[in-house]
Design a protein around this ligand. Sequence first.
Ligand code: AMP
Length: 394
Amino acid sequence: MASVKELSSLDFAGKRVILRADLNVPLKDGEITDDGRIRASLPTIDYLVSAGASILIVAHLGRPKGERKSELSLKPVASRLQKLLGRDVAFAETIDQAMKFTERAQPGEITCLENIRFESAETSKDENERLVLAKKLAQLGELYVGDGFGAVHRKHASVFELASILPHAAGYLVAKESEVLEKLATNPLRPYGVVLGGAKVSDKIGVINNLLERVEMIAIGGGMVFTFLAAKGYAIGKSLFESDQLDVVKSILLRAKEKGVEILLPIDIKVAGEFKDVSARIVGIEGIGENDLGLDIGPQSADDFAKAIKKCRTIFWNGPMGVFEFSNFREGTRVVAEALRHVDGLAVVGGGDSAAAIRALGFADSDFGYVSTGGGASLEYLEGKELPGLVALS
Ligand code: AMP
């Protein structure tokens, strides 16, 4: 992928800057449960303030689909940002209100615009609708900085069209993420292994297909593993299953064999009778009962995964190994994270969920080679896809 324009390529002094950030943090009952993405946006904001810019932050939260939903307001995020920055952050409920703020903004002043996805045009499939919104947003600033890595794979108005209208540069986060992923994409130390988990196979099929050409080992856990186990003929009880992915998974298993890529699957599973944080039973993969729900990889599998990970010099991990939100089903994820800490080489944790999982388990970002803020974006980067938000900043 072509390299992105650096912050130093623009003169920000006295300029009104629109900063597209990724502040899409997990919330529970209105409280932020992991502020990693807000923290990751701070270096660029600090830089812009020091360079004498006034800043309008444009960001999204969740998927409101063009409706104003109070539970997806960016207000609590703006408050946290204010606290972390130690500077005032004004909040604009609408674009018109933001216009009033930005018109008279002084250097160093920061305004956060309400969730841009409250505007249906932001995510519209209609290019013209997106362009109309982007042109309206473009009136709020003179320069554009793209730093929302978690959204760069989206062709959205504030990510793609807006960047194309205004003179632009990439923020520190986007530059750093691109640099690390480029290393994985072009010149990884070998052996190169990938660990995939999380809920859905369909989200990760593309990356698995592409990675078969590039890696020596793919370890699979999480909810997605049960479609693999089903494809190999095992009974999976009431575990997550995507029947429409069965043939694709079978062809992946076949291609992996042809290419000599090891697909590491669990040999034991932690199951429960219901989707609750109840005590787990450990069964071999031949022993999953009709009413069992597989909610984590078992201890022997976790051990196998850890050994395989430690043999690699490059590891990319996306997606928890089990329902880490339940204390009885987080051990697989913890063991995998622990193994990643000890990789002699580059270990990258990719994605909002995986990053939140490691922090919830007590790990620090500094325990790993790199913790990416973007799940979908990092996967698509590794798939070799062109990411609209990066193309626009090149
Ligand atoms: P993803 O966004 O695809 O990375 O999925 C993350 C989610 O997958 C987490 O919220 C986990 O609770 C969930 N998950 C992981 N393993 C399982 C499983 N065995 N069954 C159901 N959900 C799972």
